[in-house]
Design a protein around this ligand. Structure first.
Ligand SMILES: Cc1cc2nc3c(=O)[nH]c(=O)nc-3n(C[C@H](O)[C@H](O)[C@H](O)COP(=O)(O)OP(=O)(O)OC[C@H]3O[C@@H](n4cnc5c(N)ncnc54)[C@H](O)[C@@H]3O)c2cc1C
Length: 420
């Protein structure tokens, strides 16, 4: 990576953030003949994009929060093993965000959110194909479907009731019984009630490596990756001034794709960005002692086990907390205990922990578009639980917006205007 002091002149397009969202956009813009510079305070793919569950989950069309989940909130908050915790110090930040979330869960709005998430998720795999081929990263993707498995009949009934909505929104899904589950994944417990099978889902066997391949591809096609912390951006004359500790940079067009930190760059420009830091954990098991062929989401504790090139990754759960609060790695190591009823032969030798921060907006839709406050300012962030899934489709959508041509899917649901 180069330093910002190596750069002079005005860059045509600068992207702040080298997570999977910013990097996918850079690869896509380059495919369309644009010159790009990606600026990141750290290594490419060192944020949330590094340690996610690797799941390309077209079926994630429901916001992670639901009215039934909110009813369980009081008991969940008292349970140390709960898939959801809220640190008391974060409550004041979270309350206004939670009120917006409640509004988003009202029926007509919820239906539009589901439709918008499904429209984007249906494009996940077709749009990735182009990026993977540009970055020679096809070997990192496997398309063998995924499973949502339920331990209890009541959960299975709750999940089965969603099948018509999945199908109305173009997501292929089948209910399967215990024997079929075991036929697909013999390592699963024989005590499970059953599950849902999503035959067209895929997974990435190394999300960190995917980001590095995108970064290498950007550089090998003439783009730049700069290491710099962006303190502030503002419009000056007919360019953007990008302030970094090692000097100011200039760009004709700028994209903010800085994950959970996007808000600090945009709110000074008059945009409303109600982002929450929704932290999640993973536990990497290099020698898990069993094999899976596809991601398995365990419905009750709600996290995934994904087979990766360096072992099995257990990843998920939610911890609302300040982004810079110390991680609670018991939430990582606990994933092993919570997975055992589903994967009884699982081993945790040489386990490794990790915490990452999802950039989450209250209505579960990402923010992708052109600013209505300033010229040549664009944004793509807020992909919460599905940023890996939606990166390539988001890149295609924002490329259409930047190049000022009709977009390949409706961009309207994703504009920041929705927050006023
Ligand atoms: C435990 C867990 C499991 C997950 N599992 C999945 C999954 O299976 N499937 C899925 O689709 N999604 C999953 N996700 C969500 C997914 O990882 C995120 O939505 C996605 O990585 C967000 O990408 P991003 O590029 O927006 O953010 P990031 O990857 O966080 O990248 C943002 C980048 O911006 C940089 N940056 C920020 N501010 C500045 C600044 N001021 N100056 C310079 N650089 C800056 C950061 O250094 C960082 O590199 C999971 C997330 C977690 C935490």
């Amino acid at each position: 990576m180069r330093s910002s002091s190596d750069v002079s002149g005005t860059m045509p397009v600068a992207i702040v953030g080298a997570g999977v969202i910013g990097l996918s956009l850079a690869v896509q813009l380059q495919r369309e003949g644009q010159r790009v510079t990606v600026i990141d305070a750290g290594e490419p793919g060192g944020g949330a994009s590094y340690g996610n569950a690797g799941f390309i989950s077209q079926g994630s069309i429901f916001p992670p929060a639901s009215l039934s989940l909110l009813k369980k909130l009081p008991s969940m908050l008292l349970d140390p093993d709960s898939p959801l915790v809220i640190r008391p110090s974060y409550l004041t930040h979270l309350l206004p965000w939670g009120l917006r979330l409640l509004l988003a869960l009202r029926t007509p709005r919820l239906r539009r959110i589901i439709e918008a998430l499904a429209a984007m998720n249906r494009q996940a795999i077709p749009t990735y194909r182009n990026l993977l081929s540009a970055a020679q990263a096809e070997d990192l993707f496997v398309q063998k479907g995924s499973l949502l498995v339920c331990r209890y009949g009541a959960t299975l009934s709750e999940k089965t009731a969603l099948i018509p909505t999945y199908r109305e929104n173009g997501i292929a899904v089948e209910k399967i019984d215990r024997d079929t589950l075991l036929g697909l994944e013999p390592s699963l417990s024989a005590d499970l009630a059953g599950g849902l099978y999503f035959p067209t889902n895929a997974h990435c066997v190394d999300p960190g490596e995917l980001c590095l391949r995108f970064a290498r591809s950007i550089v090998s096609h003439g783009g730049q990756i700069l290491r710099a912390e962006v303190a502030r951006i503002f419009h000056e004359g007919d360019a953007w001034r990008i302030m970094t500790p090692s000097g100011d940079l200039f760009a004709s067009r700028i994209v903010v794709a800085a994950g959970h930190r996007s808000g600090s760059l945009l709110t000074t420009l008059g945009l409303k960005v109600p982002l929450a830091s929704e932290r999640g954990y993973h536990l990497m098991l290099p020698t898990p002692g069993l094999k899976l062929t596809r991601p398995v989401v365990m419905a009750e504790p709600f996290f995934a086990a994904t087979p990766m090139q360096h072992g099995m990754r257990l990843a998920g759960t939610v911890e609302f907390a300040n982004a810079d609060a110390p991680p609670d790695f018991r939430r990582s190591t606990n994933l092993y205990k919570l997975a055992l009823p589903y994967l009884p032969g699982l081993k945790n030798d040489d386990e490794a922990t990790w915490m990452g921060i999802r950039p989450s907006l209250p209505d579960a839709l990402p923010a992708i578009g052109r600013s209505f406050t300033h010229p040549d300012l664009y944004y793509s962030f807020g992909h919460q639980h599905v940023g890996l899934t939606q990166a390539a489709a988001s890149a295609q959508l924002l490329t259409d917006v930047i190049l000022n041509r009709p977009s390949f899917m409706d961009a309207a649901p994703f504009g920041l205007e929705r927050f006023g």
